[in-house]
Every structure is written in C-alpha cells, then in structure tokens.
Ligand binder design. Structure first.
Ligand code: LIP
Length: 266
C-alpha cells in the first residue's frame, strides 16, 4: 500500500512543481496571513488545488490537510479511509515570491495517524527526496544518509524563524547562544529542504520553533529514514513547540544546548 501512496505523492508533487515553474507569472498577487510578512500567493492556492485534485483522483475517500486551507478531515473521521494527505504546496513561500531557488512541494501520507510516506520536490534543483517508513530515504532514487558528524562544535546547523516580531526577537536570543558553539548556521528558508539537506549530509543538524505539520510531515520521515534522530525537548515528539533533528552523535549535545537556552519558549 505504501509504495502506491508514494507513487501518488510523487506524481502530484511533480505536477505541482511543473506548474509552479512553468506558470509563474511575472508578478504575483500577494495576500498575507498571520503577519504582513507571512505571505501567500495565487500560486500557493492554485498548486494546492492541483495537488488536491490528483490526490482525490487516487483516493476519493482520503482526507487532505493543506497549508492553504484544504482540510476535509471529515473523510478520515468518517472512517471511509485510513489515509490523510498532508500538503505544503510551496514550502519556502517567501523564497518563491523573491525567485530564490530554495522552495519545495511537500506531500506526506499518514495512515492511521502515522506518517508512512513522504515526498519533497525541489524543482529549482531537480531534486526529489522520498521515503517510505522502514524503507530508507532516497534522493532521485538513490539511497541517502546523514553525515558522520559527531562534534557539535563542527556541526553545520540549519534553523529558521517565525513571522511574528516577538517570536523573532526571542529566536534571535536563542541563535546568539547557538552560533558560537557550532561550526556555523544556515537559514535557508524552507524547513522541508533543511531536513532533506540533513538527510543527505548537507547539514549536520536543524532546529526550529513554530513549524506547522505540513512543513515537516514528509521531510521529518525522510530525515529519520536517512538516519537522523528527530525529537522535541525532554522526550517530547518533534512539533511546532520545537523541532530538533541531527546526526545521532550531535542530537544530544544540540538538545542540551537548546534546553539550556529554553528554545521552546517565546
Ligand atoms: C517556512 C518554513 C521555514 C520557516 C519560514 C516559513 P512557509 O514555511 O518552511 O522553515 O523558517 O518562516 O514558515 O511559510 O514558507 O510554508
């Protein structure tokens, strides 16, 4: 079943990726969400609609949770299907708006509440990251794995920031505590691609507070299947409260540092 779900996710992501590149207008219509810098364009909503159509063709009784508003959870709650699709049509929306090549289409399939399949497509680089639970992680079909980094002081760490000014001020305080301890920081602008970078050894760790499920549902599985440890603070699951992912040897020291810095607090 899961291989079939992966095929559906990949096909939908590729269709959306082609649309987002080929049909990108010279000027985008921009609306805002939680703050004036939390943007959504007509391409986000159009891509989510396109993905939803593909997913419903494949599984008419599946539920869909999408960043831009699709949330027919009733299908799943009605028991007609065990599958819920979790969709971010453009992760890295600000990068897409500015034509910066660091955005992705992210699609995960949850079965009975467990993420079983993930696909993250980076159309700018022609890179497709995939994973099936228990089946490893792949980049363009080839197996991938996290780096062998075992020293926090030598770890290249990805992170990101929220849209709310107050949270950003707090996140800058946490960043001040992390920056001198690690090799360096990368703020690339799309959580799904940060986690896929970890999965293939381009980062050694990642943390962020304030993510939504659609940001990390697919890429969290990809990173896990590539050998990363993924979690929240003090044994809690990775979530919007705090998402931590790293090579096995870097996870505990990174976790301890973030706990000391109270990175789960605004
Ligand atoms: C983005 C995340 C990123 C975060 C950005 C933004 P969006 O998601 O992927 O990690 O730092 O602030 O939330 O809004 O582009 O889907």
């Amino acid at each position: 079943m899961t291989e079939g779900l992966l095929d559906v996710a990949v096909a939908a992501a590729q269709a959306a990726g082609e649309f987002l590149v080929a049909s990108r207008p010279a000027s985008l219509r921009v609306a805002t969400k939680s703050t004036p810098t939390d943007v959504v364009t007509q391409m986000d909503t159009a891509a989510e609609r396109l993905i939803g159509e593909r997913l419903r063709q494949a599984g008419p009784n599946d539920a869909i949770l999408g960043e831009e508003g699709q949330d027919d959870g009733a299908a799943a709650s009605s028991g007609r299907s065990k599958v819920r699709w979790i969709v971010d049509p453009i992760d890295g929306t600000v990068n897409y708006l500015y034509a910066l090549p660091q955005w992705a289409v992210s699609i995960a399939a949850e079965v009975d509440g467990v993420i079983e399949v993930g696909a993250v497509l980076d159309p700018s680089k022609g890179e497709l990251f995939t994973a099936v639970r228990g089946g490893g992680a792949r980049l363009n079909g080839e197996p991938i794995a996290v780096s062998g980094c075992d020293e926090l002081s030598l770890a290249l760490i990805g992170t990101g920031f929220g849209y709310d000014a107050g949270r950003r001020a707090r996140q800058s305080q946490v960043l001040t505590g992390v920056l001198p301890i690690v090799r360096d920081i990368r703020r690339l602008g799309a959580a799904s691609l940060d986690l896929c970078a970890l999965a293939c050894g381009r980062l050694d760790g990642y943390y962020e507070r304030g993510l939504n499920l659609w940001d990390y549902a697919a890429a969290g599985l990809i990173a896990t299947e590539a050998g990363a440890r993924v979690g929240g603070l003090n044994g809690r699951p990775a979530s919007g409260e705090l998402f931590i992912a790293a090579t096995p040897a870097v996870f505990d020291p990174l976790h301890a540092l973030l706990a000391d810095l109270q990175a789960d607090r605004d």
